[in-house]
Design a protein around this ligand. Sequence first.
Ligand code: BGC
Length: 556
Amino acid sequence: MSIVNADLAHLSPKDPDWWRQSVVYQIYPRSFADANGDGLGDLRGIISRVPYLQSLGIDAVWLSPFYPSPLADGGYDVADYRDVDPRIGTLEEFDELVAALHLAGIRLVVDIVPNHSSDQHPWFQQALAAGRGSAERDRYIFREGLGADGELPPSDWVAAFGGPRWTRVDDGQWYLGSFTKEQADFNWNNPDVREDFLTTLRFWADRGVDGFRVDVAHFLVKDLPDELPSWEEIWKLDLNSGTHPLQDRDEVHEVYRQWRQVLNEYDPPRSAVAETFVTPDRRAKYASPDGLGQAFNFDLLMADFDATQFRQVISTNLDLVASSGSSSTWVLSNHDVTRHPTRYGLPPLDGRDVKQGVEWIQAGAPADGIDLDLGSRRARAATMLMLALPGSAYLYQGEELGLHEVGDIPAEHRQDPAFFRGGKNDGLGRDGSRVPLPWTTTGASFGFGEAIAHIPQPTWFSGVSVEAEEADPASSLALYRDALRLRRELHTEEKLEWLDDLSGDTVLAFARPGGWVNVTNFGAEPVALPDAEVLLTSSPLQDGLLSGAATAWLRA
Ligand code: BGC
């Protein structure tokens, strides 16, 4: 396969609104394709697969961190924000990747991780060397400990992936690491930090990057009182006040207003999307046009496969973007959660966190309490529904193959800090969605590369490889390709009209401008479709009826 010179008719290179309704495909670079045969995915691997990305029909790639990193958290511990991890490539190869994607008509969004750096970042090393009270230490959040000799942490706070949030350094001070001790939180009240991230944004924007995904965007600015509240007390404080000591403080928007000015120096302006876990009304601030412009909405991902929940999530989010002027983001899978075919094969979440899904899978085979086939059918239906919504859709590598979560990774091959530190709600951790992709039915790593992959792949990956699915017109890959091609043809204004006479407790139907109708059957029994041209279905029709757990696209 080679790159077909892009038909840019569907996207104008200078369109400032290109992100509003784009399909963005997330690449977790160390697990996508390994060109140099060392078991770790690399930039050359991605370059070699640009024709595949083009054939899929996506509009943009979001590249998870590819920066130099000790990999304490899958690359979300960055040691140098303006370089490429030498194990996976060079800046020249990065430039080649940008060029290859652009030639294929695909834009590139890169991940930026501003809440914390790796403890191996030169600034953190300088902070350690310079000692207490120094300008170098002020770029991070250092505190004296409690107890007679400061031997106790400044507070009893727990890190997101388990263990204490404070770590003691040799001279006795403690620093804050909200996720792991290898990820030291920056002090966003320090002007050096603010300035340096503007330099980083320009560095990548100058290299042709089209946009940025901003990691834990609501965490940056903190305001820690002299006397720290206990962990129990801190979560009783109002998270929506804009004055919580640890997150979603109103001042964070000053940072993003400054970022927006830099992003708008480019033509077209560079896009940005915030990863936030805040309430929907607070989310709108991150998505405002003088802020980042767009914010992730994980509500669909948190919902069960249920018509009422889906309708409520969709309506709320469309109302919300109408008020902020942004467009909605939809996502069902990413590198942090159990893949959606697996989630949908489990009993309803019933308040359980989506990340806990992996605990239900044993030995990679259908275990008690999980119905993999039902999960797959629901996932295809939910994906088609998502792709029919106004706004942008985020896909995660491998979901086009219908991959299930890999449950049986031996402990010695796991990498996620959440697994090792027993982080709340993380169960087996996130490695099961980060297993390198299968490209071929055979080979040491099913075509991922020449060597065994850095996280072991299960044998069933052979049957869900790109090669296997390209030979099967009923495969998940074929469905994604058809759906993405049709979406490009059918997508128009960002509007949706519920079709109440077709909808009910188990069916959701809506129309988009131009006669594009989506009908999703969330129930188990087949339902009749209205009299219209059937364009695509996620499962074959049964005697002309839409089967249970299926979606149909129609042209009215
Ligand atoms: C990323 C995670 C990462 C965390 C800390 C997130 O929200 O998506 O993968 O572990 O931020 O950087």
